[in-house]
Ligand binder design. Structure first.
Ligand SMILES: [Zn+2]
Length: 131
């Protein structure tokens, strides 16, 4: 067993979640590897210390306070990013403006194109030999 595999199994070993074969292989590695053995001792100490901590009862109104703060926070965020989230009416205004601008550009292009074509025909007619 390599050290990387051993360290992955250490917490499972401490929590008694390994099979008997896995325990034997891991313990054989721990007997030969001081680094993994020390890591195992450290994890056992941390687990033991955490297990000895007394649980703290949360205040009865904790959930209400959290939900109120979340609601206030989302209201603040909505105001802050309202420019980035336009309403349906604002979207419609943008679409109408964009469409009318596009139509205006198209009409301009058609008119300018007609003028260019007319000027080109006149120039071509002037080049024709007069009989
Ligand atoms: Zn090792």
């Amino acid at each position: 067993m390599r050290c990387s595999e051993a360290t992955r199994h250490l917490q499972l070993y401490i929590d008694s979640q390994l099979t008997l074969d896995q325990v034997r292989v891991l313990e054989a590695h721990l007997a030969l590897c001081p680094a993994c053995h020390n890591e195992c001792l450290f994890l056992e100490e941390v687990t033991s210390t955490l297990g000895a901590l007394k649980s703290v009862a949360e205040p009865a109104d904790l959930t209400v306070h959290i939900m109120q703060r979340v609601a206030r926070s989302s209201q603040r965020n909505n105001k802050r990013y309202s420019l980035l989230r336009p309403s349906l009416l604002e979207w419609l205004a943008v679409v109408v403006l964009a469409t009318s601008t596009l139509i205006g550009v198209c009409i301009t292009l058609v008119l300018v194109g007609n003028e260019i074509r007319t000027a080109w025909f006149k120039a071509m007619l002037e080049r024709l030999p007069v009989r």
